[in-house]
Design a protein around this ligand. Structure first.
Ligand code: UDX
Length: 434
């Protein structure tokens, strides 16, 4: 089979490389010349564990290629995937679909025969139908089916999620479209992956419903954590006690500084807007968005309070800047709220992140970047653990204590052992625990 993937961003690259690994011929197309040149030379523009090897091997074996030429990419393709960006539109939070619609029109103009056009990008319910309209207007002579095949890839674990998904969702309106997509995912039948076949609108909504539900779940446990602090309870045990109920499940009940990333903030906002417009507001999601925004601000205030009410003249070491471990992605990371607020309050900030490439461009002027966690904490008054990279878990409290000037620890991911830190002489605070 042959597939064209439009967009060499996170989703397009991972999906393209994984389809190639399934044995499909994949051509990834992007308008950015420098990106395509880099990929051809084997350089991957994002950090995702295992992706470099997958791209290299499949490119070497001739199943994966990169181009800026859309006509060439879609020539002979059984399916063309749209994996272009759908950022939040400035001002109203709606998903910006201009890239999706432009790409769909381009595909329609360039198509030489029937094909299936599949949205992989997260698009609001109703987008597939609008794409159909564009295709019909641009090429009334040609049969181009539209399908929706949303991705559920977690950054840092994207290849595993693609190769061993909980489910594959296919939304379409013709047997041919279902058949093409089922053939592409055939390797997953061996591991008995459930395939959910639905209409276009339903598939589009499944993606938003899943992401919004997870965002609500995280926000719920974050608010429980605040309550635990007031009530003298332990959020870790509350989460365990709740999560062992099979109906609730233990995942996504880790209290922290608020969710970030490329999906939850943007998708919750887009879902809330669409629902309002359709006259069926999802108020629980609206409240989740507000609570999560407020939480990131509250984390900065918590650090200032732990410093005795003023950060002026204090040195704060911040460990972890990315929105979660195993990625270099900074989109909507709590650090983007917490660090600027501390700088504004007069603190000197020294940070360390194992993947600081994007963070370097996004932190306020004057923020220092250390080469190791221990360098970051040198003579600091306080240390804030903001992203739970594995290498931070093993840090010795004694070593931290002897490197630091002060004794304040804010473990905003509950990654460290409170008893060990208190024993080392720290004033240790975490989330939702005494
Ligand atoms: C998410 C979805 O999981 C994925 O299915 C979707 O396609 C894209 O969005 P991702 O953004 O990579 O994936 O990250 P994820 O691991 O889901 O975490 C999102 C955010 O929630 C992070 O900021 C993380 O720190 C936070 N989180 C997650 C918590 O605070 N607590 C949890 O229990 C889980």
């Amino acid at each position: 089979m042959r597939v064209a993937m439009i967009g060499a961003g996170y989703v397009g690259l991972v999906s393209g490389a994984c389809f190639a690994e399934f044995g499909v011929d994949v051509c990834v197309v992007d308008t950015e010349v420098s990106k395509v040149e880099a990929l051809r030379a084997g350089r991957i523009p994002i950090y995702e564990p295992g992706l470099d090897r997958l791209v290299e091997e499949n490119a070497r074996d001739g199943r994966l290629s990169f181009t800026t030429n859309l006509d060439e990419a879609i020539n002979g393709a059984d399916a063309v995937f749209l994996a272009v960006g759908t950022p939040s539109r400035r001002g109203d939070g709606h998903a910006d679909l201009s890239y999706v619609f432009a790409a769909a029109e381009q595909v329609a103009r360039a198509a030489k025969g029937p094909l299936v056009l599949v949205t992989k990008s997260t698009v609001p319910v109703g987008t597939g139908r609008k794409i159909k309209e564009i295709l019909r207007k641009t090429r009334p002579d040609l049969e181009i089916e539209v399908a929706s095949n949303p991705e559920f890839l977690r950054e840092g674990n994207a290849i595993g999620d693609f190769m061993r998904p909980d489910r594959v969702v296919i939304g379409a309106e013709s047997d041919r479209a279902f058949q093409v997509l089922r053939r592409l995912y055939r390797p997953l039948y061996l591991i008995e992956t459930p395939i959910v076949q639905t209409g276009l609108e339903t598939a589009e909504l499944i993606k938003y419903a899943a992401n919004a539900f997870l965002a609500v779940k995280i926000t719920f446990i974050n608010q429980m954590a605040d309550l635990c602090e007031k009530a003298g309870a332990d959020v870790h045990d509350v989460a365990r006690g709740m999560g062992l109920d099979g109906r609730i499940g233990r995942k996504f009940l880790h209290a922290g500084p608020g969710y970030g990333g490329s999906c939850f903030p943007k998708d919750t906002l887009a879902l809330a807007r669409t629902a309002q417009e359709l006259g069926a507001p999802v108020t629980i999601v609206e409240q989740t968005i507000a609570a999560n925004d407020a939480r990131k601000e509250a984390m900065a205030e918590r650090v200032i309070a732990a410093l005795g009410g003023s950060a002026a003249g204090k040195t704060v070491a911040v460990l972890g800047l990315t929105f979660k471990p195993e990625t270099d992605d900074m989109r909507d990371a709590p650090s983007l709220v917490v660090v600027p607020r501390l700088v504004e309050a007069g603190a000197t900030i020294r940070t360390y992140d194992p993947q600081p490439s994007h963070a370097r461009q996004m932190m306020p002027a004057g923020v220092q970047f250390a080469e190791t966690a221990l360098d970051a904490v040198e003579s600091a008054d306080a240390v804030v653990l903001l992203t739970e990279w594995n290498e931070f878990r093993a840090l010795s409290p004694q070593k931290l204590k002897s490197a630091m000037r002060g004794d304040v620890v804010l473990d905003l991911r509950n990654a460290w052992d409170p008893a060990a830190f208190r024993e080392a002489g720290f004033t240790y605070q975490s989330i939702g625990r005494q």
